[in-house]
Write a protein that binds this ligand. Structure first.
Ligand SMILES: Cc1cc2nc3c(=O)[nH]c(=O)nc-3n(C[C@H](O)[C@H](O)[C@H](O)COP(=O)(O)OP(=O)(O)OC[C@H]3O[C@@H](n4cnc5c(N)ncnc54)[C@H](O)[C@@H]3O)c2cc1C
Length: 462
């Protein structure tokens, strides 16, 4: 923990943002001391700036006093990134929540960091544009948090993750300096690409205060199907068949039996027919003729894998219900009351079958319940070890299974995190993937940005 904050420091913060925007009441410290990892650690203070100049002055004050400064978006992160594990100040960006510009001529939007992802999507869709990144948390997560974690989502299969859409950033450095990286042009090779360096930097390098995002035209048509399979292997085979047929749907999501059962219990909606042990949700978008062609490819690929049934969403409400159930799987698994150790591992696309084989082996070897669902088209599967938290033996088997999972994923030339980042939850494992030399280089980058290590200390690096 950090040392007690000086009264003069707190007074200076109050002067910057106003007394009501510096909080230390118990309820604020609890609320802003946790994220979706649900392992709280309260800060000393929560500060709510309203503009870049205030952020800059707060950073400079923290830097002078060596006070940890943890930026927070919406607090939906899964790896404890926004949790102030070293105490200090949580900088809540929630007042910086305006869409500043939707530039229809140049196909871009300029936003403050705490615009909610789905709010931007709705705003740009009203003028025929499209912002594809769609984390399942899109109704809660902030664009700043999405950039800082390089969020993905179902549509990443066709459209890529957040990094593909970030053109330029305004950011405040640890010492309070304000920098602007990138530009509104879609091409820019002047100097190092600091914009992309900040994408995925988890609040450890700078505080993002303005984001310029690339947009694309809104696809005029889309069709969504739910394909049910009698075994997980058949569903995985269908994904392989889809990729072999060179189909490029917007999304290919795979839900296994454990997740289907939890989702049905939680939502009260049965999206899979009786007897189904796996479900694929596939969405195609584009011009109507292309959507129809792609849909035929999808159905044929599912048939070659022995699909039980293919149901096309009959209306927008039907489609929305399907996606709502998919997006709530995480919450549904939590609602089982079991401890959910969530790992968003990713393997090269063609190796999803081997990943599911590995998950089955782990189930047998460690005697654990495992729910494995997610972005099958990307090879990015959320592997959730479901553990009885009151059973110490099961907990220790789960810990061993985590490491075994990462070993298998790395042997498949994958990565231990596709979209949730490292935060502090995954830092014990980062050296399994990155060499000493790479980690040392990353530490030198961190030191160049933040020599006093005030920005999100204790994150990423073991
Ligand atoms: C139900 C559920 C479903 C999810 N589904 C997905 C999914 O499909 N895909 C996916 O990628 N993720 C998913 N997530 C994880 C999470 O929503 C994403 O990581 C999201 O991008 C976090 O955004 P946030 O605003 O909540 O960030 P926070 O949790 O507040 O912060 C995350 C990290 O970003 C840093 N940060 C936040 N704002 C800034 C800023 N302005 N400048 C610098 N650093 C900043 C923080 O310091 C922290 O390290 C899911 C989470 C939940 C709870």
């Amino acid at each position: 923990m950090s040392l007690p904050l000086l009264d003069s420091f707190v007074a200076a913060l109050r002067e910057v943002v106003g007394r009501e925007y510096v909080r230390s009441d118990a309820s604020s410290l609890t609320t802003y001391g946790q994220d979706a990892l649900l392992q709280p650690c309260p800060p000393d203070l929560v500060v709510f700036p309203s503009n870049t100049a205030e952020v800059s002055r707060i950073a400079a004050l923290c830097n002078e006093q060596r006070v940890p400064l943890v930026v927070r978006g919406a607090g939906t992160g899964y790896t404890g990134g926004a949790v102030p594990t070293a105490g200090g100040v949580v900088l809540s960006m929630e007042r910086l929540n305006r869409i500043l510009e939707i530039d229809q001529e140049n196909l871009l939007a300029v936003v403050e960091p705490n615009v909610i992802t789905a709010d931007l999507q709705r705003a740009v869709e009203r003028v025929g544009l499209f912002y594809p990144p769609d984390p399942a948390s899109l109704e809660q997560s902030s664009l700043g948090g999405n950039v800082a974690e390089c969020a993905g989502g179902p549509r990443a299969f066709k459209y890529g993750t957040t990094k593909r859409y970030v053109l330029a950033l305004e950011a405040v450095l640890a010492n309070g300096e304000v920098v602007r990286t990138g530009s509104k042009a879609v091409k820019n090779v002047v100097g190092y690409d600091l914009t992309q360096l900040l994408v995925g930097s988890e609040g450890t390098l700078a505080i993002i205060t303005k984001i310029t995002l690339r947009l694309v035209p809104k696809p005029p048509d889309r069709a969504t199907v739910a394909a049910a399979f009698a075994t997980i292997k058949d569903a995985v085979d269908a994904v392989t068949a889809l990729i072999e047929r060179r189909a490029v749907p917007a999304a290919i999501e795979l839900i296994d039996e454990e997740s289907l059962v939890a989702a049905a219990l939680h939502s009260g909606v049965q999206v899979a027919p009786p007897g189904a042990k796996a479900l694929l949700i596939v969405e195609c978008d584009g011009i109507p003729a292309a959507v129809q062609d792609e849909l035929s490819l999808v159905v044929r690929a599912c048939e070659t894998a022995g699909v039980m049934s293919v149901r096309r969403a009959s209306s927008e409400a039907d489609r929305a219900e399907l996606w709502a159930v998919r997006r709530q799987i995480s919450l549904a698994l939590r609602a089982t009351g079991l401890l959910k150790l969530n790992h968003d591992v990713v393997v090269p696309r063609g190796r999803v079958p081997q990943l599911y084989d590995a998950v089955e082996e782990l189930r047998q070897q460690f005697g654990l319940r495992i729910a494995a669902f997610g972005h099958a088209g990307d090879g990015n599967i959320h592997v959730n070890l479901m553990v009885d938290r009151k059973n110490p033996d099961e907990l220790s088997r789960a810990k061993a299974a985590e490491r075994a999972l990462f070993e298998r994923v790395l042997a498949l030339e994958g990565s231990i995190s596709g979209e949730h980042g490292i935060g502090y939850a995954k830092k014990p494992y980062i050296a399994m993937e990155l060499s000493d030399e790479v980690l040392a280089l990353m530490r030198r980058v961190k030191t160049a940005f933040d020599p006093n290590n005030i920005l999100n200390p204790g994150k990423i690096f073991p």
